[in-house]
Design a protein around this ligand. Structure first.
Ligand SMILES: C[S@@+](CC[C@H](N)C(=O)[O-])C[C@H]1O[C@@H](n2cnc3c(N)ncnc32)[C@H](O)[C@@H]1O
Length: 385
């Protein structure tokens, strides 16, 4: 019988609902939404699938200790009680990540040190020796989360953050996080079967994620290792079965277009698309956005334009007004979604929004607006359709 346990999936602010839907499709149960995280119940199969298939998750954690702590001593005691020697051996290594928001514990480094001491002392007491810490490539990555006096200690089944898909070999200034780009696409309502354009593609993250989604290529298809692969209970047959079950599409019968005005951005996009193995599915064009046009009649455009460090406010306002004009004239019938950290410039787009969300690009608060660019009224569009 499959053993079920609790897991926590971490994500970006604003993507919790999308991730909940992704987890539901892979069979997760009892999904509860939190801020930038979800908890759910599932088996090893659910855990492997969550790592391999969910596009908006950053990490999948497996809680092993939950306790109330108000002092370093209490933390030490609770951690030392756990049978760590059953999880990894003296020859293997561990690392500790901490997130602390508590009136009782002010410094996350101090918390990490206490947890490390407790684990090391447990090994010394039980086996006479201690295992080593390896921050970069540990056998077991341990996540410590303390919120006020509630402490959760988990095993990190992902290892490296899941947004690192492995295709980004070239970068331009301010590339989007891959999981955020995937979340923006899933939030846009794109049908995965009609034209898709990013007219300011930078290093190509949005069109690459769109290609992966449309072809049903798992976000983890290039990744060679996950944290859970080093665990004692790793089931390689189950892992292989999960990978074999995915049905990837061979080709698309619509266009995905990545364009940018910059030579450097186009070169980075081409390199990344190549390492993502999507060269035959994505069209790359060096173009200014106002030269970009679609005759497809409908489709989806998603982009994150520059938002200002280098542009003066007046120029920025003018730039966003022009984006609005191009959308109106050149993309009739499209849904367009724009992510920007410049709230005032977003108002200059001058089109009616059909959806407004707040997302975070790293620590930067952004607005994500959707515009439905119907020809005439909504009703008329549907009649023509
Ligand atoms: C914030 S970056 C996009 C980052 C991208 N989403 C990524 O993940 O790498 C904005 C991009 O817009 C491009 N850009 C700025 N003005 C443009 C214009 N008028 N037409 C086309 N591209 C433009 C810049 O060259 C830059 O690559």
């Amino acid at each position: 019988m499959k053993e079920n346990f609790e897991m926590i999936a971490k994500t970006f602010y604003g993507l919790e609902e999308i991730l909940a839907a992704e987890l539901r499709t892979i069979g997760a149960k009892n999904i509860i939404q939190h801020n930038r995280a979800l908890s759910f119940i599932g088996s090893n199969e659910t855990m492997y699938k969550a790592n391999y298939l969910s596009r908006t998750a950053l990490r999948i954690l497996k809680p092993i200790i939950k306790c109330k702590v108000q002092t370093p001593k209490a933390l030490y005691k609770n951690v030392k009680k756990y049978e760590w020697e059953r999880l990894f051996s003296l020859q293997e290594t561990f690392a500790i990540d901490t997130v602390v928001s508590s009136e009782y514990f002010k410094h996350s480094k101090f918390v990490a040190l206490k947890v490390k001491d407790a684990i090391v002392d447990r090994f010394r007491d039980e086996l006479g020796e201690r295992p080593n810490v390896d921050v970069d490539n540990p056998t077991v990555r341990i996540s410590v989360h303390i919120f006020n006096d509630t402490c959760t200690i988990s095993l990190d089944s992902s290892g490296d953050s899941l947004h690192k898909r492995g295709y980004r070999t070239a970068s331009t200034a301010a590339p989007l996080n891959e999981a955020l780009a995937a979340g923006m696409i899933l939030l846009s309502g794109w049908d995965k079967g009609s034209e898709f354009i990013d007219g300011m593609c930078g290093s190509g993250t949005i069109p690459i994620e769109a290609g992966l989604i449309a072809l049903n290529i798992p976000p983890g298809y290039l990744k060679e290792s996950y944290g859970f692969m080093k665990w004692k209970d790793f089931d390689s047959e189950l892992w292989q079965k999960i990978k074999d079950e995915v049905e990837v599409k061979a080709k698309l019968d619509f266009k995905i277009i990545a364009s940018d005005k910059s030579e450097e951005a186009i070169a980075a996009t081409a390199r990344n698309i190549n390492s993502a193995k999507l060269s035959k599915h994505i069209t790359i064009e060096k173009k200014y956005f106002d030269e970009q046009k679609s005759n497809a009649g409908f489709g989806t455009l998603i982009m994150n334009p520059p938002y200002g460090e280098r542009l003066k406010e007046d120029d920025l306002n003018q730039f966003y007004t022009e984006i609005g004009d191009t959308l109106k004239v050149n993309f009739t019938g499209f849904d367009a979604c724009i992510l920007s950290a410049s709230m005032s410039s977003m108002k200059k787009v001058g089109l009616k929004t059909s959806r407004r969300l707040t997302l975070f690009n790293g620590a930067l608060e952004c607005k994500y607006h959707k515009y439905e660019l119907y020809r005439g009224t909504k009703k008329k569009f549907h009649e023509e359709d």
